[in-house]
Design a protein around this ligand. Structure first.
Ligand SMILES: O=CC(=O)O
Length: 335
């Protein structure tokens, strides 16, 4: 740009400064689309500052009206309290367990989220993990790449997907997408949810334990909250049984991870496919060493196409907020 053009741009920015948005830790949508986002907003990058977080927040306390956040980035009571001008938190996640919603409600801070934008992608990964765990795809890959095939090593038989009784925990938009994908494979779908759904004819169970007793695979699709934390406990895992598989695309803490590791090690359940963990990015070393466990780094929501749609949603929500219009994907905090 020539000298005059540069001056013109600076002049316009002084007249119409971009709204400031705080980013505590960069979500993937920011990492991949920072240029696009930065055309509209001025991002205050807390993770990039040499200042301790509290000091950074205090420094920008009065200019921060909005935060851009994501599923693994806590927005705590302390953060909210240090930002008296805060009016909006936009999270790029569908899950909201990382945000202190009670404090948002109390302070009148609005929250916007991803809604069901990536339910289909998450369901794809759930099915992928299930087929992998049943048919030993990752284990087969290791068998070939480690030279065991060439050396005539043993390779265990897989199990059939068709006809399997699959219990979905949480029949929200992700759970429904999982059911939709598994029906054509010939799976029998059962579910457990806060309420029985009139839109499906799948058998309903009111407790996870009853569901586990009646199925061979549990797929965790529910949100993490006080009711679902460690809802998959020892009793549920034992009810699932020695041939049972557990797939988790919800949140790590829905399962009592220590208990699951013990059950996997002792053959109390047959295997697992996990995209989420209790203490991410740390994965218990026992899980890494097991051949009947398939691991994925909390990437169920990340596809190129969905990140493109997400960046538009984030921009739309921020623009709506800064121009006093209704948010595109608000969280209903009074529910
Ligand atoms: O895990 C990701 C999300 O909650 O969207």
């Amino acid at each position: 740009m020539d000298c005059n053009g540069y001056r013109q741009e600076n002049h316009e920015q002084n007249l119409f400064p971009k709204p400031k948005v705080l980013v505590l830790e960069p979500p993937p949508v920011f990492i991949y689309h920072e240029d696009k986002l930065s055309q509209k907003f001025h991002f205050l990058k807390a993770w990039d500052s040499p200042l301790p977080l509290d000091q950074f927040l205090t420094t920008h306390a009065h200019s921060v009206q909005a935060i851009l956040s994501h599923g693994s980035c806590p927005v705590t009571t302390n953060t909210i309290r240090l930002l008296p001008s805060l009016g909006l938190i936009v999270t790029t996640s569908a899950g909201l367990d990382q945000i202190d919603l009670q404090e948002c409600r109390r302070r009148g801070v609005s929250v916007a989220y991803a809604g069901s934008l990536f339910s289909a992608d998450v369901a794809d990964i759930a099915v992928g993990l299930l087929i992998d765990a049943l048919r030993n795809i990752s284990a087969g890959n290791r068998y070939v790449t480690q030279g065991l095939w060439a050396n005539n090593g043993d390779f265990s038989l897989g199990s059939k997907l068709g006809g399997r009784k699959v219990g979905i925990v949480g029949l929200g938009s992700i759970g429904l997408e999982v059911g939709k994908r598994l029906e054509p494979f010939g799976c029998n779908i059962l579910y457990c949810s806060r309420n029985k759904k009139s839109s499906v004819s799948y058998p309903y169970y009111s407790t996870v334990c009853e569901l586990a007793t009646n199925c061979e695979v549990l797929i965790i699709c529910c949100e993490l909250n006080d009711q679902t934390r460690h809802v998959i406990n020892k009793e549920v895992l034992l009810a699932l049984g020695k041939k049972g598989l557990i797939i988790n695309v919800g949140r790590g803490a829905i399962i009592d991870e220590q208990e699951m590791v013990r059950c996997l090690m002792q053959g109390e359940i047959a295997g697992a496919g996990l995209d989420v963990f209790e203490n991410e990015p740390h994965v218990p070393s026992e899980l890494i060493s097991l051949d009947n466990v398939v691991l994925s780094p909390h990437r169920a929501v990340h596809t190129e196409e969905t990140l493109m749609a997400l960046v538009e949603l984030v921009i739309g929500n921020l623009e709506a907020f800064f121009s006093n219009k209704p948010l595109l994907s608000p969280v209903l905090l009074d529910e």
